[in-house]
Write a protein that binds this ligand. Structure first.
Ligand code: ADP
Ligand code: MG
Length: 199
């Protein structure tokens, strides 16, 4: 979560620029506000397990971010955290299953599916490739974000633009790819991350 916060700080301007093209120019600031609050609450409460970290982080995103992305990312993390339960150590396959449950919850909450030009276009392929390796998940999420460019938005604020949403990369898919890149970066050096990177 600290690495994610640092990545969001670094990329906030770019995320907001993408949102300026097909939304309301606040995705970077929304993510910044949310992840700063996540870092603050985690330092204060220091949850004992990975699952508890994700549940608390998700709850914090939901309560601090006004935009659509807050409840959606909050749901992703909260649901994934619940799926991890009380386990003290979490492996890549378990994380994949938990994030898959989280992505399903995002799809249900937002009524979107891959191809609608939303965060799900990066989340879903990223989660599936996590079955292979962290590096594969990073690449799949990044490809998924790039593949939103020619799509017409069918959900969220960008859908109000109709055909004018075509030709722009979705901000939420871009932040999802950023989060997978961060996960891969942090996982490198762990046993499973090294095994994944070697492929
Ligand atoms: P808002 O659209 O309320 O200003 P943000 O700008 O923070 O919120 O986030 C916009 C991003 O949220 C979009 O780029 C898209 O990826 C994602 N999003 C919006 N609506 C949905 C939805 N119904 N399902 C999944 N993702 C969505
Ligand atoms: Mg916005």
């Amino acid at each position: 979560m600290s690495a994610a916060t640092a990545a969001v700080e670094r990329e906030a301007d770019r995320l907001t620029e993408l949102d300026a093209a097909i939304g309301d120019a606040d995705h970077g600031t929304n993510m910044q506000r949310g992840f700063r609050a996540v870092c603050a609450v985690l330092e204060k409460e220091q949850p004992a397990t990975p699952g508890a970290v994700l549940v608390l982080a998700g709850r914090q995103l939901i309560s601090t971010v006004g935009g659509a992305s807050g409840p959606l990312y909050g749901t992703l993390l909260r649901r994934a955290g619940k799926a991890l339960g009380d386990d003290e150590a979490v492996g890549r396959a378990e994380l994949r299953d938990a994030l898959r449950a989280g992505a399903d919850a995002v799809a249900q909450l937002g009524g979107a599916a891959p191809g609608d030009k939303t965060m799900l276009d990066a989340l879903v392929p990223g989660v599936e490739a996590l079955g292979e390796s962290f590096a594969a998940a990073e690449a799949a999420a990044s490809d998924g974000a790039l593949a939103t460019v020619p799509l017409q938005a069918r959900k969220g604020r960008a859908s109000y633009l109709g055909e004018r949403s075509i030709g722009h990369q979705d901000p939420g898919a871009t932040s999802s790819a950023l989060l997978f890149a961060t996960l891969a970066e942090v996982a490198e050096g762990t046993a499973e991350g090294t095994e994944g990177a070697a492929r």
